[in-house]
Design a protein around this ligand. Structure first.
Ligand SMILES: Cc1ncc(COP(=O)(O)O)c(C=O)c1O
Length: 294
C-alpha cells in the first residue's frame, strides 16, 4: 500500500511521497539512465553503509555520472531520512539519474542529476522461508554484460523475476553459457562437501554486499570458501544452494524447477551461516524480527 504521507527525499528536500514529482523528461523515465542502491537498516542502523556508498561510486563511474555528494554528505542524508520514518527496520532506496533534458541519447551538458531516496519497512523473510527454504526456477541469463553496475535499467531482471512468479517461485537462478551468474535480484552461492563456493565477481553479476558479508561470515566461522566459476552441472548437483541479498539476507533453496533441492530442506552449512549472520548484523527492532531470531 502506498502511504502518501511517507517522507521521501527529492533533490535537496524532504517531502511527502504525494508531493514528490519528477519531470516526464527525466532521463531515468525516458532511458533508465541512472543507478541505485538498497541499504538495509536495522533498528535505524544502516548495515554496511560504507560498502553501499563505495558500490554507488563504482556504478556512477560505470555510467560516467558525477557523484553529487561526498560519502559524509550521503551518510547525513541517509540518516536524516531514516529518523523520519515511523518504523525502525527499513530498506532504504536511493537513486540518481542523469537529470531532466530534451530527449537525446547523448549526455546532456550541465544538467543537475535527479536524486531520490525513500525508506520502506524492511521486508523480512518469513519464518517459513528461513526454516523450510524457498523455491527457484532456472533460466538463461540474457541480460547485458555490465551486470556489475547497479543501474535502474532493470527490464532484464524484471522479466526474469516474473518467470519465477509465474512458477510460484521466489527467484530465477541464471546461467550464461552454462555458467552460474546470479539470480534476478540476489546472488547465488553453493555448498559442496561442507565448503562454500561462490562465483567470482565480474561484469556478469552484481558485486553483492550481502554476498561479501556471507563469505566473510563463512570464513569467520571456519568454513572453507572457494571463489571460482561454477558450471551448471556443478550447481545443480551441489549439496546446498543459497540466495543472498540485502533484504533476503541469506536463504536456502530447497526446490529448483519444481523438484526438491538439497534434500528439500535447508542444509547444516546454511543453518550455521544464517545463525552467524543474525549474530553479526545490527539487532532488528520489529516484534516480528525478534520472533525470527528466537
Ligand atoms: C541482480 C542482483 N544481484 C545481486 C543482488 C544482491 O546484492 P546486495 O547483497 O548488495 O543486496 C541484488 C540486489 O538487489 C541484485 O539486484
Amino acid at each position: 500500500m502506498l502511504n502518501p504521507d511517507q517522507v521521501v527525499y527529492l533533490n535537496g528536500e524532504f517531502l511527502a511521497l504525494e508531493d514528490a514529482r519528477v519531470s516526464v523528461l527525466d532521463r531515468g523515465f525516458i532511458y533508465g539512465d541512472g543507478v541505485y542502491e538498497v541499504i538495509p537498516v536495522y533498528s535505524r542502523q544502516p548495515f554496511r553503509m560504507p560498502h553501499h556508498l563505495r558500490r554507488l561510486q563504482y556504478s556512477l563511474d560505470g555510467i560516467r555520472l558525477g557523484n553529487p555528494h561526498t560519502e559524509a554528505q550521503w551518510e547525513t542524508l541517509v540518516r536524516e531520512l531514516i529518523v523520519k520514518q515511523p518504523f525502525a527496520d527499513q530498506a532504504l532506496y536511493l537513486q540518481i539519474t542523469r537529470g531532466v533534458a530534451k530527449r537525446d541519447h547523448a549526455f546532456p551538458p550541465g544538467v543537475p542529476p535527479t536524486i531520490f531516496m525513500m525508506s520502506n519497512p524492511f521486508p523480512f523473510p518469513t519464518r517459513d522461508q528461513i526454516d523450510h527454504g524457498v523455491a527457484v526456477v532456472t533460466a538463461e541469463d540474457n541480460r547485458w554484460d555490465r551486470c556489475d553496475l547497479k543501474t535502474i535499467s532493470l527490464l532484464g531482471n524484471v522479466l526474469m523475476r516474473q518467470v519465477a512468479v509465474d512458477h510460484n517461485a521466489v527467484e530465477t537462478v541464471l546461467f550464461r553459457d552454462d555458467r552460474l551468474t546470479e539470480a534476478s535480484a540476489s546472488n547465488v552461492l553453493i555448498v559442496k562437501h561442507g565448503g562454500v563456493i561462490a562465483p567470482p565477481k565480474d561484469h556478469l553479476m552484481l558485486p553483492g554486499i550481502t554476498y561479501d558479508a556471507t563469505l566473510e561470515i563463512a570464513r569467520a566461522i571456519g568454513l572453507p570458501v572457494d571463489v571460482r566459476p561454477i558450471m551448471r552441472k556443478e550447481a545443480l548437483s551441489a549439496d546446498e544452494m543459497w540466495l543472498s541479498s540485502s533484504t533476503r539476507e541469506v536463504l536456502a533453496i530447497t526446490k529448483l524447477d519444481g523438484a526438491p533441492f538439497g534434500g528439500g530442506t535447508p542444509g547444516p552449512v546454511f543453518r550455521a551461516v544464517w545463525q552467524a549472520f543474525q549474530e553479526r548484523k545490527p539487532h532488528p527492532s520489529d516484534a516480528s524480527a525478534h520472533a525470527l531470531n528466537r
